[in-house]
Design a protein around this ligand. Structure first.
Ligand SMILES: *[C@@H]1O[C@H](CO)[C@@H](O)[C@H](O)[C@H]1NC(C)=O
Length: 787
C-alpha cells in the first residue's frame, strides 16, 4: 500500500519571507508570494503548511503526517497525485509533535528542521560552505542545497538523492561514492505511520563485484545478482520495460545503479516495503492509481542460498531445490526432509594437480559474487586460463554479456543460484577431469543415428494431432506416427520449456543409440530442428505393460506363458545393459510403465532418459546419480542414496512380483496388515503359501512349479541388503534352469512406506556410493557441456 500524506489541517499558505535569520521563527512574515516557488534562501523560512513546488509541478515539499499519525515530518511527495505518496522524509527519526515546525536554510549552507521549541531536530550535516546558499526542489524530486549562482550538480553542497528513505526515483542512484564514503541505500519505514528506519535495507554490496542485496538487520534475505551488461543476473526481463532502463556504473571512485526514465512523462518509483520486498510502482492516470510493475523477490527461489552450495533452485520443480549436474547432496537425508541448507558437493572430488576442467552450465542466475574478483577486459578464453591457474578458482563467467568481455571469478563455494533457462547465464565450473567419462559426454561424432526432418514427423503425426497422442513421457508427450512407407513409429517430443528434459533427451539419444538388443526399444532416429527436438522409436502396438497387467479385463491377455516370456525378456534386456553392452548402463527407472510390448507381447525396456553409463572397463565405483519411482526403489538408494546395478535388480524383483501376482506394489493393501506387495508375498512365502498370490489367472496352462520359482526369484531380487541380491547374470541363470535356490531374506520396504533399514545390513563394502538429491523424481538438471 502506498503511504499517504495528510496535508496540514490549515489552509495551504504561501511561503513566508523573513528579514532576519536568528529570530525568524518568532517573527511574522512580511512578504507574501502568491505563486508556488521551488527555491528559498537564508532569508526565508518554510513553515508547516507552506510548500515548495518543483518547477515542472511534479514534486512538492512541506510538512506532512504519515498514515494516521499526528506527527509532522518534512517530506517530498507528488504534487498532483491525490493522497500523495511521500518519496523522501528529512526528519524521519524525530518528528515535530505540533504544527509549528520550521524548515530553513542557514548560513554557511545547512538545512535544518526546527521543532516548536526552536530546537534543531534534524540537519543536513553539510560540510561544504557557500556564500549565498539556497535550497531548491528539482523536478526530479531531488532537494538540493547549492550556491545561488551555481546549479551544476557536481557542485551541490548537499542533495536529498544521497540520503534515501524507502523510495528510489528515476535518476536516483543506489550505491557508493568511494571518495566521499557516502553510501546511498533504501531503508524501509517502520510502519505506515512512522517513517523511521525499519528492519530492512536494500543496498549495493561492493565486496567483490557489486550486486544488490536486501537485508534484515545484518542478515541477507535476497540478492539480485551481479550486473551483466544488460541487467542484474537473476533480474527477469519483466524488470525492463519500454519506459525505463536500469543503469549500472562502476569505476574506481563510484559504483551505483539506478533507474532511468526513457519517457519522462511516466511516473514510477521503487520502494522497499515494510515487509522487505522491492517493488516498482507506476502511476496510471487512466485508472488514477498506482499499480505494481515489478516485485522482488519474485518467488521462493529468490530466498538467499535456499538450496545451499552448488544447489540450484528451479521454481518449476517440486521440490524447487536440486543439485547442479555432477553434484550430489551433502546430506541426502536432510534433502528428503526438505532441508537443503547443506547444499551439494562434487560427486568426484577435484584434483587440481591432475588437471581439472571447466564445465559449462547454462541458464543460471550467477552465484553470490560477494568475494568474487573481476577483470573488465579479458576474453572468455583468457578467463579460463586465469581460473585454471589457481586451484582455488571455482568458477568463472563472462562479466559483460552485452559487450562479450570481461571475467568474473569465484574463489569459494558457489551459493544462491537459480535455474532461469533463457533468462539465465553461462557459468563455467571447475570439475575433476575424470568427469568426462559419463554417458552424456561420450556423445562423440562417430555415433550414427538417422536424422528425420521435422516436416516428415509433422506429416506422420498429423501435425501432432491430439488423436495421435499416446501418452506423456518423462520430458514431453509421445505421439503415434505413420511414415510414408507405412511404418508405424512412436515420436517422443521434448517440451520446449523443459531444461532438464534437454539433458535427458541427449542422454537418451546417446545411451540408446549405442544399444542394440531385442529386449530394448529401438531408436530409429531423431529430429533436431531449431526448437524442435524429437526421438523416433519403433512403435509398440501393445503399449506399456502396466496398461495391460493392472487392467482387470485386459490382464486376461497375459496368460502364464506370456508372463514368463515377459519376465525372461526383461531379464535378458537388463543383463545386456548391465553387463554385455559396450557401455554398461544402470537404467535407474525400471518399472511396468517403462516396459513396452510388441505385437507378440515381447517386452522391450524403454526410457533411458535417466540411465547412466559407467564405461566398459571401469570398476563399479564410478557410477552416478539415480532416479526412481518410489515403489520400485531399493531402500539403500531411497534412504542413503547408494546406487548400483543391484538397485536395478531390486526394481526388477518388484516388477517380477507384480507380473506374477498381477498387482501393483504401490497402493497394494491386504486386509488390515500394513504390508505392501513385497511384504505380503514374503509372508506367504515364509508360510509356503505362495500359490495363494496368483489364483486370478491360474488355469491348465500354468506351470505351478514355475510360478513358485518366479516368486522366489523375485523375492531374492528384492532382499534388503544389496549384497544378498543376485546379479542379473545369476537371475537369467535361475530363470533358465531348475537348480535349487537360496532362501530369500526379508525384503526391503516390506511394510508399506516404512523406510527404516535393519541395522544388520551394512552397506559400506558396497562399492557404488552415490547420493541422490530427490529420491522420488530426481532428474538431472541444467545442461552441462564440456567447455
Ligand atoms: C588464488 O586466488 C586467491 C584469490 O585471489 C588468492 O588469494 C591466492 O593467493 C591465489 N593463489 C595462488 C596460488 O595464486
Amino acid at each position: 500500500m502506498p503511504k499517504t500524506v495528510t496535508q496540514s489541517k490549515a489552509m495551504k499558505k504561501p511561503i513566508k519571507h523573513v528579514p532576519f535569520l536568528l529570530l525568524l521563527s518568532f517573527l511574522p512574515s512580511i512578504l507574501k508570494i502568491s505563486t508556488a516557488i521551488d527555491i528559498i534562501n537564508t532569508t526565508q523560512i518554510l513553515r508547516d503548511g507552506d510548500t515548495l513546488v518543483s518547477s515542472g509541478g511534479r514534486f512538492e515539499l512541506g510538512f506532512f503526517s504519515p498514515g494516521n499519525s499526528n506527527n509532522r515530518y518534512v517530506g517530498i511527495w507528488y504534487q498532483k497525485i491525490p493522497n500523495s505518496t511521500a518519496v523522501w522524509v528529512a526528519n524521519r527519526e524525530i518528528p515535530v509533535r505540533s504544527s509549528s515546525g520550521i524548515l530553513k536554510v542557514m548560513e554557511p549552507g545547512i538545512l535544518v528542521v526546527l521543532n516548536d521549541t526552536n530546537n534543531i531536530i534534524w540537519s543536513s550535516n553539510t560540510s561544504r560552505v557557500a556564500r549565498t546558499p539556497v535550497l531548491q526542489l528539482l523536478d526530479t524530486g531531488n532537494l538540493v542545497l547549492r550556491e545561488a549562482n551555481d546549479d551544476r550538480p557536481d557542485n551541490f553542497l548537499w542533495q536529498s538523492f544521497d540520503y534515501l528513505s524507502d523510495t528510489s526515483l528515476p535518476d536516483m542512484s543506489i550505491g557508493w561514492n568511494f571518495v566521499t564514503g557516502v553510501e546511498s541505500y533504501l531503508s524501509s519505514w517502520k510502519t505506515n505511520d512512522d517513517p523511521a528506519r525499519g528492519d530492512f535495507t536494500f543496498w549495493l554490496d561492493p565486496t567483490g563485484y557489486p550486486q544488490q542485496v536486501i537485508k534484515r538487520g545484518t542478515t541477507t534475505l535476497y540478492r539480485i545478482g551481479p550486473w551483466n551488461g544488460l541487467a542484474f543476473s537473476g533480474q527477469t526481463n519483466s524488470a525492463q520495460d519500454m519506459n525505463f532502463r536500469y543503469v549500472f556504473f562502476m569505476k574506481k571512485d563510484k559504483a551505483y545503479h539506478r533507474l532511468e526514465a526513457i519517457d519522462n512523462s511516466i511516473i514510477s518509483r521503487i520502494i522497499l516495503t515494510q515487509a522487505g520486498t522491492v517493488q516498482r510502482w507506476t502511476w496510471v492516470d487512466r485508472i488514477h492509481d498506482w499499480i505494481p510493475y515489478v516485485n522482488f523477490p519474485a518467488d521462493n527461489c529468490d530466498t538467499y542460498k535456499l538450496c545451499g552450495a552448488y544447489g540450484s533452485c528451479n521454481i518449476a520443480n517440486t521440490p524447487a531445490c536440486g543439485c547442479l549436474n555432477k553434484f550430489v547432496p551433502k546430506d541426502p537425508e536432510g534433502w528428503i526432509r526438505s532441508d537443503w541448507s547443506n547444499g551439494c558437493s562434487r560427486r568426484t572430488p577435484l584434483n587440481c594437480l591432475k588437471g581439472d576442467v571447466f564445465l559449462k552450465y547454462s541458464g543460471i542466475k550467477l552465484p553470490d559474487s560477494r568475494n568474487s574478483m573481476y577483470n573488465q577486459s579479458m576474453t572468455l578464453g583468457e578467463c579460463k586460463v586465469e581460473c585454471l591457474k589457481n586451484c582455488s578458482c571455482m568458477a568463472y563467467a563472462q562479466l559483460d554479456i552485452k559487450e562479450g568481455s570481461g571475467c568474473l571469478f569465484w574463489y569459494e563455494d558457489l551459493i544462491d543460484m537459480r535455474d532461469l533457462s533463457s533468462q539465465g547465464q553461462d557459468i563455467y565450473i571447475r570439475m575433476a577431469s575424470s568427469e568426462f567419462g559419463s554417458c552424456t559426454e561420450t556423445h562423440n561424432k562417430d555415433y550414427e543415428l538417422p536424422m528425420f526432418r521435422a516436416s516428415t514427423i509433422l506429416k506422420a503425426t498429423n501435425n501432432f494431432s491430439v488423436n495421435k497422442k499416446l501418452g506423456q513421457g518423462g520430458y514431453g508427450p509421445v505421439y503415434k506416427g505413420t511414415l510414408e512407407d507405412g511404418q508405424d513409429v512412436a515420436v517422443k517430443r521434448l517440451s520446449k520449456t523443459s531444461m532438464q528434459g534437454l539433458d535427458e533427451f541427449k542422454n537418451e539419444v546417446i545411451c540408446i543409440a549405442k544399444l542394440q538388443h531385442r529386449n530394448l526399444v529401438k531408436l530409429l532416429g531423431c529430429c533436431i530442428e531449431g526448437e524442435e527436438k524429437m526421438l523416433i522409436y519403433e512403435y509398440m502396438p501393445n503399449k506399456s505393460l502396466d496398461l495391460i497387467l493392472f487392467d482387470q479385463t485386459r490382464s486376461a491377455l497375459l496368460d502364464w506363458p506370456k508372463r514368463r516370456q515377459i519376465v525372461n525378456g526383461v531379464a535378458r534386456g537388463l543383463l545386456y545393459i548391465h553387463q554385455d553392452s559396450r557401455m554398461r548402463i544402470i537404467h535407474r527407472d525400471l518399472k511396468a510403465s517403462n516396459i513396452l510390448l510388441d505385437t507378440d507381447m515381447n517386452p522391450k525396456i524403454s526410457d533411458f532418459g535417466i540411465a547412466r553409463s559407467f564405461g566398459g572397463n571401469e570398476t563399479e565405483d564410478k557410477t552416478s546419480k539415480v532416479v526412481g519411482t518410489y515403489s520400485y526403489m531399493a531402500p539403500e538408494y531411497a534412504v542413503h542414496g547408494r546406487f548400483s546395478q543391484k538397485s536395478d535388480v531390486f526394481s526388477f524383483g518388484v516388477l517380477v512380483l507384480e507380473i506374477v501376482i498381477g498387482k501393483r506394489n504401490s497402493g497394494f493393501c491386504h486386509g488390515d496388515q500394513h504390508l505392501n506387495l513385497l511384504g505380503h508375498a514374503w509372508t506367504l512365502y515364509k508360510e509356503e503359501r505362495s500359490l495363494e498370490l496368483v489364483d486370478a489367472y491360474l488355469c491348465e496352462t500354468t506351470n505351478l512349479f514355475e510360478v513358485l520359482r518366479l516368486i522366489h526369484v523375485g523375492l531374492l531380487c528384492v532382499q534388503q541388503c544389496p549384497d544378498d541380491r543376485p546379479s542379473m547374470a545369476s537371475v537369467v541363470a535361475m530363470l533358465g534352469n531348475d537348480a535349487a535356490l537360496p532362501q530369500a531374506n526379508q525384503p526391503g520396504f516390506f511394510a508399506g512406506r516404512d523406510v527404516s533399514i535393519a541395522p544388520y545390513c551394512d552397506f559400506v563394502p558396497f562399492a557404488i556410493v552415490e547420493s541422490i538429491s530427490k529420491p522420488y523424481t530426481y532428474l538431472e538438471k541444467l545442461e552441462a557441456n564440456v567447455d
